[in-house]
Design a protein around this ligand. Structure first.
Ligand SMILES: Nc1ncnc2c1ncn2[C@@H]1O[C@H](COP(=O)(O)OP(=O)(O)OP(=O)(O)O)[C@@H](O)[C@H]1O
Ligand SMILES: [Mg+2]
Length: 305
């Protein structure tokens, strides 16, 4: 197996008595877009700041390119590009000067690609940074990051201030990075963004990783909603362990809705077939269903496993 680009093992970070990170373990493989999602205050930015060597971990380990994120921060920074959610810029520089300064700090030069990105993101680079809106400040940081030839790109909620067209453009640029074999770690609250771009996802809650895997894997762990009408009484389906939230319809005989653990769907359908199915509708869980379960209940309540 190739070496992971990012490798985090049992990472912990305390701020005084606050345990911001309790147990974070995940990795990012070469050429992969890894989505990092979780509710506000879960610890995404703290994890990312620790990876960048801005914060020192209290426990556990984190490496990028096999190097320690704290000890070898300088060497690592030559090979990564980072965009935070809140971009602070030098107020007296113009946007163009800020982009060039970011590039210089990363050992890169303004080139045709930089000009192309400025045009694509429709940024007026002549304006002073202090006059920029939140979205425009983000554009400055994004242009500088995409113009940087890095091996790993880290984005911490980079699109929170962007309009839908710019969001679309951001996604295209990330997919282009992926096609070029780059690795990306992206924290986001925008589920459609995560669904469209990420190969694997880590869900963080209350300082702990509660799930990692591909979306397909996660869907398997989730439930399918069923509405069924049978010829014979099929109420006993409610006794099957894979069936949840069974609710018979009050208006139609032998009609019911319930949720089924997706992996056991076949068994439940067989059971229903024996009762002669008259109609059956099934809806796959949406990404929102999936994540809300993790967001709302403590670690999925052990129920999601
Ligand atoms: N410098 C700090 N000092 C004290 N507590 C902090 C500090 N930075 C973060 N925290 C706490 O650590 C926890 C995790 O915060 P973090 O910013 O990592 O969350 P997040 O997942 O990025 O949330 P969001 O989605 O809102 O950006 C929170 O309880 C926060 O209050
Ligand atoms: Mg954050």
């Amino acid at each position: 197996m190739t070496e992971a680009v990012v490798s985090i093992k049992h990472l912990q970070k305390n701020f005084g008595k606050t345990q911001a990170l309790k147990d974070i373990t995940f990795d990012v493989q070469p050429g992969e877009v890894f989505g990092f999602i979780g509710p506000n205050g879960a610890g995404k930015s703290t994890t990312i700041r620790t990876l960048l060597g801005i914060l020192r971990a209290t426990g556990g380990s984190a490496t990028i390119f096999g190097q320690d994120v704290w000890r070898d921060a300088v060497a690592i920074h030559r090979r990564i590009a980072y965009v935070p959610g809140d971009v602070y810029l030098w107020p007296n520089l113009s946007g163009g000067e800020a982009i060039d300064l970011f590039l210089k700090l990363n050992g890169q030069k303004h080139d045709a690609r930089t000009d192309e990105l400025i045009k694509l993101f429709e940024l007026d680079v002549r304006k002073k940074c202090r006059t920029y809106s939140k979205g425009n400040r983000q554009k400055v940081a994004l242009i500088a990051a995409f113009a940087t030839d890095a091996e790993l790109y880290i984005f911490d909620e980079p699109t929170s201030g962007l309009d839908p067209l710019m969001e679309e453009l951001f996604q295209k640029q990330v997919l282009a990075l992926k096609q070029a074999g780059k690795s990306v770690l992206l924290s986001s609250h925008i589920l459609s963004e995560v669904e469209r771009m990420c190969d694997r996802i880590g869900i963080i809650r209350d300082g702990k990783i509660v799930e990692t895997g591909s979306l397909a894997d996660m869907r398997k762990l989730s439930r399918t909603n069923i509405t069924v009408v049978t010829k014979q009484d099929a109420a006993a389906v409610a006794q099957l362990p894979a069936v949840h939230a069974y609710a018979p319809a009050s208006d139609v005989a032998n009609k019911a809705t319930f949720a089924v653990d997706s992996e056991q769907l076949g068994d439940v359908i067989s059971f229903l077939s024996a009762k002669e199915i008259l109609s059956l509708q099934s809806t796959s869980p949406t990404l929102e269903d999936l994540f809300l379960r993790y967001y709302e209940t403590e670690g999925g309540n052990g129920d999601a496993q």
